[in-house]
Unconditional design. Structure first.
Length: 116
């Protein structure tokens, strides 16, 4: 199973920015499809953004134009740059890795709170 460690969460004011990082174990990180999901209190976990091994990206409509997912295969790391943050972006953010075998792994989550 892929080990995932997220970092970069915290408290930020509306309109501010944060960058989340997710470091993954494994020697074939470049082949994984990576994603960021989030779960707010009382809500289901939802996809925020994903990036394939080839660099194709998908975004939730609610974050398009504000968030950017990227990956650095030399560092086994995926990033989520979050700009123009809104209170409704408040949630626990989880990193996800899907291997070629379609086995899925999750990180422990990092809290993002957008509040004045």
């Amino acid at each position: 199973q892929v080990q995932l460690v997220e970092s970069g969460g915290g408290l930020v004011q509306p309109g501010g920015s944060l960058r989340l990082s997710c470091a993954a174990s494994g020697t074939i990180f470049r082949l994984y499809r990576m994603g960021w999901y989030r779960q707010a209190p009382g809500k289901q976990r939802e996809l925020v953004a994903s990036i394939t091994s080839g660099g194709s990206t998908v975004y939730a409509d609610s974050v398009k134009g504000r968030f950017t997912i990227s990956r650095d295969n030399t560092k086994n790391t995926v990033y989520l740059q979050m700009n123009s943050l809104k209170p409704e972006d408040t949630a626990v953010y989880y990193c996800n890795a899907v291997e070629q075998s379609l086995r899925s792994s999750w990180g422990q989550g990092t809290q993002v709170t957008v509040s004045s």
